[in-house]
Write a protein that binds this ligand. Structure first.
Ligand code: GLC
Length: 632
C-alpha cells in the first residue's frame, strides 16, 4: 500500500500521524451515523415509510416493551401509579362504558395528555393510543351531540347519513384528545330480546354491510392523523348477534356472550359479511366478541378462535389492522390464566383490554414467550400491527391533544345533522284515518314516560355504561321538540295522564324502555322485559279512550305492544333518537316525511323471537322492512 503513497507520506512519523487522523475521523463518522436510542432513529423520521419506521422501532424494543404495547389498561387501574405507563411501556388506555370522566374537551385532553407525558418518558418514547365507546356521538362528553343508536340509523336506510354522523362523532371525539372509538358495532341482531339489539343496524346483514363502509370512513376520514379523525373498530368479531336465548356463559345474562350455533356458510353470510365490508373500508381495528361459535364441533370462544381470526379475518379478508380483546375477554377463555393468554394471543388477539391486572398480563405473556408457548414472531406481528396504526394516527409527531376543534362540539350544524337522522329514523307503523301529521295549531295532550325524558331517548352508552333515566347531557326532549316545532299548538303534558284531558283533540302517548346496555338489557334477565310498562299502559288506556291518539315507542328494539293497540290510531317506532327530540316532532307535524322502515321484525309476542325476515314460519305484528310513508 505504501508504494502508491506520495514521497512525503512515506516518512514514518508523517505516515503514523496521517493514519491516526484517518482512524479518528472514521470513529467520529461511526458515532455520528449510528443513531442512539431516541435521537437520530429512523422510526422518528416522519418522512420514512411507515413499514420502515415500524421495522426500525421493533428492532430496538425488548420483549417486555413489545408486550407493553399489547397491553390496554383502564384509567382507574393506572391513575394512581401513572409512572407504570413509562416503566412498562403501556400501549393503550381506555375508560369503558362512555363514562363521562370530564365535562369539557379541555378536561379530557388534560387527563389524556398527562398519561401521554408518561408514555413519552418511556425509553423509546412510544405514544399511547386512548380509546372510548363513542358509539352514537361522543357520549362520554356532556354537550356533545348524541345521534340515534344504530337501530334507528338502520331504520332510516341511509348509510350516507350514518357516515355524516360518524364524521361528526369523530370530530367531537378527537377534539377531546381521544384517538380511538370502539365503533361501529357491525353486529347482526337475530333475536331482538338481546340487550345489544339497538347497537345493530338490523337483522338483515345487508344493512350492516351497507353501513360498515361509510361509517368506518366517516370515523377514520381520509387521513387518520387529522384532528377530526379517530381509529375505528369493527365489533364484535364474530357472531355476537346470533347467540341462542339461554346460552349465555355469563351469570345473569340470557343472550349476550352466549353461543351462536350455525353452519359456517350461515356464519359467513350473516355475521362475517359486515366485517368484510369494514375491512375493505380500511378499518384499523377489530374487537373480538365475548360470544362463542359452534359450527358443529362444539362452542369455541371467539377470543380463542384461531381459524376465524388468523385464517379468515387476517388471512382470507386481509385485515392488516390489529385485533383488540373485549373487556377481560381473555380471562373468559380459560380458568388457567396462562392458557387463556396463550390461546388468545396465538389465536390472533394483538392487544388485550386487560384492563386492570396489567402486570399479571405482562408477566404472563413474557413468560409464555420465554417458554415458547407464544413465539416472538407472533409478538412482533401483533406489535407491528399496533405501531402501524399509531404511526397512521400521527401520534409520534403529535402525541398530545389538539383541542382546536372543540368549539364545534355540540354546534348547531352538528345538532341539525342529528335532528335529520332522528327524523329519518322515525318509522310509522299505523296511521288510521290519516291522523298524522298533526296540525301545527292542534290541541294536544301528551303523556308517557318517554315524552319528557332525555335519558330514555339517549339509551345506554351515554355518559355511563348503562345510561340513565336522568339525563346527564344537553339535548331536547320529544315534548320540548314538539313545543319547538309547533309553537301554536296547545300542548298539555301529564306523564301519567292524571291531569284532565280537557278539550284536547288528540293525544300523544310516548311509551319507553328505560336505558340499558349489554346483557343487563337481555329481555327477561331482570328489569328489562321488552314490554310496555304498567304506567305507560295505563296512560295509553286513559288517553286513547278519550281522544284520537298517537303512540310513540322510544326503545332499543321492538317491544310487545299488541294487547295495547286496540284504541290506538297511529303508532310510531322512534327507536333511541338521541339528543335532538325535535327530530321526532318534525314528521309528527309534517315538517319532515315519515320514511323509516323496520330494520328488525316486530313480533306479536316476545316469545316468537328469534324471528327474522326469510323465516319459513313468519307471523309478525309488522314485518321487516315495513313502514308507512307521509309527504312531510
Ligand atoms: C364492553 C363491550 C364493548 C366495549 C368495551 C369497552 O364490554 O362489550 O363493546 O367497547 O367493553 O367499553
Amino acid at each position: 500500500m505504501g508504494a502508491h503513497l506520495p514521497a512525503v507520506l512515506r516518512r514514518p512519523a508523517v505516515l503514523w500521524t496521517a493514519l491516526i487522523a484517518a482512524l479518528a475521523a472514521a470513529v467520529v463518522t461511526v458515532l455520528v451515523v449510528v443513531p442512539d436510542d431516541a435521537s437520530e432513529a429512523s422510526y422518528l423520521d416522519p418522512e420514512a415509510p411507515v413499514a420502515a419506521r415500524v421495522a426500525d422501532l421493533l428492532g430496538r424494543m425488548t420483549i417486555e416493551e413489545k408486550v407493553g404495547q399489547m397491553t390496554q389498561v383502564a384509567v382507574p387501574a393506572v391513575e394512581g401509579v401513572p409512572s407504570d405507563i413509562a416503566e412498562l411501556g403501556i400501549g393503550s388506555l381506555l375508560n369503558g362504558g362512555s363514562d363521562a370522566l370530564h365535562d369539557t374537551a379541555e378536561g379530557w385532553a388534560a387527563m389524556i395528555d398527562g398519561f401521554q407525558t408518561q408514555a413519552m418518558d418511556s425509553r423509546l418514547s412510544i405514544p399511547l393510543v386512548y380509546g372510548i365507546d363513542a358509539v352514537h356521538g361522543n357520549g362520554a362528553l356532556p354537550g356533545a351531540v348524541v345521534f340515534p343508536h344504530n337501530i334507528g340509523l338502520g331504520a332510516a336506510h341511509d348509510p350516507d347519513l350514518a357516515g355524516q354522523a360518524a364524521a361528526i362523532t369523530a370530530a367531537e371525539t378527537r377534539a377531546t384528545g381521544v384517538h380511538w372509538t370502539f365503533a361501529p358495532c357491525v353486529c347482526v341482531a337475530r333475536d331482538s330480546r338481546w340487550g345489544r339489539t339497538y347497537e345493530s343496524y338490523g337483522e338483515d346483514p345487508g344493512l350492516a354491510v351497507e353501513y360498515a363502509g361509510p361509517v368506518v370512513q366517516g370515523l377514520q376520514g381520509a387521513n387518520l392523523a387529522a384532528n377530526t379523525s379517530v381509529l375505528a373498530t369493527a365489533k364484535h368479531f364474530v357472531g355476537d348477534g346470533g347467540t341462542a336465548f339461554g346460552s349465555s356463559t355469563t351469570e345473569d345474562y340470557l343472550l349476550d356472550q352466549g353461543v351462536t350455533t350455525l353452519t359456517e356458510e350461515e356464519l359467513r353470510a350473516i355475521h362475517l359479511a359486515p366485517f368484510k365490508a369494514a375491512v375493505d373500508a380500511g378499518v384499523g381495528s377489530v374487537m373480538a366478541s365475548f360470544s362463542s361459535t359452534d359450527l358443529g364441533g362444539g362452542p369455541v370462544k371467539a377470543h380463542a378462535d384461531s381459524y376465524l381470526i388468523n385464517e379468515v379475518l387476517k388471512g382470507e379478508l386481509g385485515f392488516d389492522g390489529f385485533v383488540v380483546s373485549d373487556w377481560q375477554g381473555v380471562d373468559q377463555v380459560s380458568e388457567d390464566y396462562a392458557e387463556a393468554v396463550r390461546l388468545s394471543i396465538n389465536a390472533g388477539v394483538d392487544m388485550v383490554m386487560v384492563p386492570f391486572e396489567y402486570r399479571r398480563f405482562i408477566d404472563t405473556l413474557v413468560a409464555e414467550v420465554d417458554s415458547g408457548g407464544v413465539s416472538e414472531e407472533r409478538i412482533d406481528n401483533a406489535v407491528s400491527r399496533i405501531l402501524t396504526q399509531k404511526f397512521a394516527l400521527g401520534l409520534f409527531e403529535r402525541p398530545f391533544a389538539d383541542t382546536s376543534g372543540a368549539g364545534e362540539i355540540g354546534s348547531a350544524e352538528h345538532r341539525d345533522t342529528a335532528r335529520r337522522a332522528a327524523a329519518a329514523s322515525q318509522t310509522l307503523l299505523r296511521n288510521d284515518n290519516a291522523i298524522l301529521p298533526l296540525a301545527a295549531d292542534a290541541s294536544i295532550y301528551v303523556a308517557g314516560s318517554g315524552a319528557d325524558s332525555l335519558g330514555r331517548q339517549l339509551g345506554g352508552w351515554t355518559a355511563s355504561w348503562q345510561g340513565s333515566v336522568e339525563a346527564v347531557t344537553e339535548g331536547t326532549s320529544i315534548l320540548a321538540g314538539m313545543q319547538e316545532v309547533a309553537p301554536d299548538a296547545a300542548i298539555t303534558y301529564s306523564e301519567d295522564a292524571s291531569e284532565p284531558i280537557g278539550d284536547a283533540a288528540v293525544g300523544v302517548v310516548v311509551v319507553a324502555e328505560d336505558p340499558y346496555a349489554e346483557g343487563i338489557g337481555d329481555a327477561g334477565a331482570g328489569e328489562h322485559d321488552m314490554r310496555v310498562s304498567d304506567a305507560d299502559a295505563a296512560a295509553i288506556d286513559t288517553v286513547c279512550a278519550a281522544v284520537d291518539c298517537v303512540v310513540i315507542v322510544v326503545s332499543g328494539r321492538p317491544i310487545e305492544i299488541t294487547s295495547h293497540l286496540a284504541p290506538v290510531d297511529a303508532l310510531v317506532a322512534a327507536w333511541l333518537p338521541g339528543s335532538e327530540g325535535a327530530g321526532v316532532a318534525d314528521p309528527l307535524f309534517g315538517m319532515a316525511p315519515y320514511g323509516g322502515r323496520l330494520p328488525v321484525t316486530w313480533p306479536r309476542a316476545n316469545d316468537q323471537e328469534p324471528m327474522n325476515v326469510g323465516d319459513e314460519a313468519y307471523d309478525p305484528l309488522y314485518p321487516y322492512g315495513f313502514g308507512l310513508q307521509t309527504a312531510g
